[in-house]
Design a protein around this ligand. Structure first.
Ligand code: OAD
Length: 233
């Protein structure tokens, strides 16, 4: 990979699995422990806000007990050392890319450490519980919700992501099952633009056949190896 190229990377829950964060769809994963429609839809929130706020409070609290792993660190190294253009898009709402050293991370599904005020619409950095209905730091209304994109809602910054996909030379998908659109369709956008495509995942994802190359194994091993290859170039 020449160093003047453009790379778009998409990460999913699998990149944080070795840090101890539950993925969604594996056995024992989050969607076996909870019903998606209860904790990850606007309708679920309207029905039972206490349940939803408590669910995300727990996930936010759990972040303090986990650490970034070598896959996060390798992507941070890529950001520092790659001479071309890099866009790191994550579906993850954890902060492990940032704590691993990446400074430019596009959280398309939002972030646990952000609050969205349903009154004024402002997103504020947030690192406390929401179950006790704290006031919005901007308008003071007690109407904060997790700044997490739920099913039926529009992910963040899609225009910017599609623009980057249509102009990239390489698209790399890391640790995602390819089960949730629009992210699952990024590989086809990149292919249509003539980009090379690479999957790095523990096992073949739902969309593995769309990728020109797929490598299967733990992200903590595959990602540092791949970053070495790119930087040696
Ligand atoms: P999933 O739980 O659907 O998929 C995680 C993927 O990571 C699976 O394909 C695993 O095989 C793989 N994996 C597990 N451990 C790994 C490891 N150590 N190294 C590499 N890969 C590993 O999670 P996502 O694809 O991120 O959205 O899920 C996508 C979206 O669905 C999430 O952002 C969330 C969820 O519902 C919303 O809540 C809107």
């Amino acid at each position: 990979m020449a160093q003047d190229k453009r790379i778009v990377i998409l990460t999913g829950a699998g990149i944080s699995a070795e840090s101890g964060i539950d993925t969604f769809r594996s056995a024992g994963g989050l969607w076996e422990q909870h019903k998606v429609e209860d904790v990850a839809t606007p309708e679920g929130f309207a029905r039972n806000p206490d349940l939803v706020l408590g669910f995300y409070d727990k996930r936010r609290e759990a972040l303090s007990g986990v650490k970034p792993n070598p896959a996060h660190a390798a992507l941070a190294r890529l950001e520092r050392e790659f001479l071309g253009e890099l866009l790191l898009v994550t579906q993850n709402v954890d902060d492990l890319h940032e704590r691993g050293g990446s400074s430019q991370v596009l959280h398309m599904h939002g972030e646990l450490k952000s609050a969205l005020c349903m009154s004024c619409g402002v997103r504020s950095a947030w690192d406390a519980p929401m179950s006790d209905r704290p006031p919005c730091p901007v308008c003071q209304a007690p109407t904060l919700r997790p700044d997490v994109v739920w099913f039926g809602e529009m992910p963040y910054q899609m225009e910017r992501i599609y623009a980057a996909l249509s102009a990239c030379d390489l698209f790399v998908s890391i640790g995602t099952s390819g089960a949730v659109y629009p992210a699952a369709g990024f590989v086809q956008e990149a292919r249509a633009a003539g980009a090379a495509t690479l999957e790095l995942n523990l096992e073949p994802s739902d969309g593995t056949h769309y990728f020109a190359e797929a490598r299967h194994g733990p992200a903590g091993e595959l990602v540092p190896q791949w970053v070495d290859e790119v930087l040696v170039g």
